[in-house]
Write a protein that binds this ligand. Sequence first.
Ligand code: FCB
Length: 447
Amino acid sequence: MSGFPKDFLWGAATSAYQIEGSPLADGAGPSNWHRFCHAATAGPLLHENGDVACDHYHRYREDIALMKDLGLQAYRFSLSWSRILPEGRGRVNPAGLDHYSRLVDALLEAGIQPLATLYHWDLPAALDDQGGWLHRDCAGWFADYAHRVCGRLGDRVTGWATLNEPWVVAHEGHLQGTHAPGHACPGEVPIVSHNLLRAHGMALQAGRAAGARNLGLVVNLEPKYPVSDRPEDLAATRRADAYMNRQYLDPVFLGRYPAELAEIFGADWPEFPEDDFKVIGEPMDFLGINYYSRSLTRHDPAAAFGQWSSERHPTNPRTDMDWEVFPQALTDLLVDVQARYGEIPILITENGAAYTDPPSVVGEPQDRLRVEYLRSHLLALREAMDRGVDVRGYFAWSLLDNFEWAFGYAKRFGLVHVDFATLKRTPKASARYYSDVIRSGGATLAP
Ligand code: FCB
């Protein structure tokens, strides 16, 4: 164990709707998430939304000073599409683009590389009205947006992710109905996924044409392990993996969907035009991987979808999300991705844990569990690199405690504590720990 490569990039990640607040400021249009939260009739979203969040929209300079103090070398953030194009297409709101231009300049002044995500789940509500990702043309609307943003910021942003986690958009938004737009229609999933993938490919082309460099896709991978070696559990595990993981990576790298998807969706599985796969397969400069946990899969004929059920290990530790802490899966998935899809520079674009921090009477919250989560996952990452996987950087999720989607403000992922009554930021012990890891180039990680 000899630390990390000298040019390894250390950062932290956030997303627009989760931290910015002021979603309608300065001429912005509403997003589907704004509308979803305000229409909520049940759950945490009845009371909570991104109206204020961390007020990063106004406090970004303070937050950049904090990042600089922690020694972060890169910051992954997302842009709100409806700040820039209030109706999603057509008219540009210059104040929206100006805001992100100032953010990027302030990061560069602080010596922090800006990595921008073009779509982290907040779709302009006006496009949602036209069907959103169900509409085939949404891919082109996204590419137009990408072209405008990359034309303005492409000279300064050092890396671009087209989409964040298309699986979550399709699964939570269209099968579970727990995310915007709140549909629960399994047949929508393959259509939405396919249009997201087309949008990704078209945005790569449009972004490059506008002068952007270093573009990729961010997926969330949750490795699936069978609960037993019974053939039906092994087959269920392959289906679960095809649905959550390979549904996005196979078309991008191999030019086709995994065969299991037709089996899972049955009559809902569409015929896709062959030419679409050329667009989807547009070469990328890097792959972004978000990793949090794994799951165990059991064949379950009674399951509402796909004939499998997902389980967590009964005794291993879990975070406040009820996600098992299992760093080994990070090593496994990285080795598997490289074996299946070949060499491509990889960034870990999110990894982190929700824990309720112990009350801080004096000084910083002592979030011992988050420190341990970070440490064990960085060691697992290092192990994959030792086994030949080309990982170029790591982004902790998240810089700040923030609006955790359907869970509202209850789940805290931040390295920095946010008091949502006063908006005061207080770095936790994990922030100091991460800062030391960065300053030592990973040398302080030794087990
Ligand atoms: C990921 C999302 C991110 C955050 C973390 C906990 O799926 O990309 O916005 O919600 O999970």
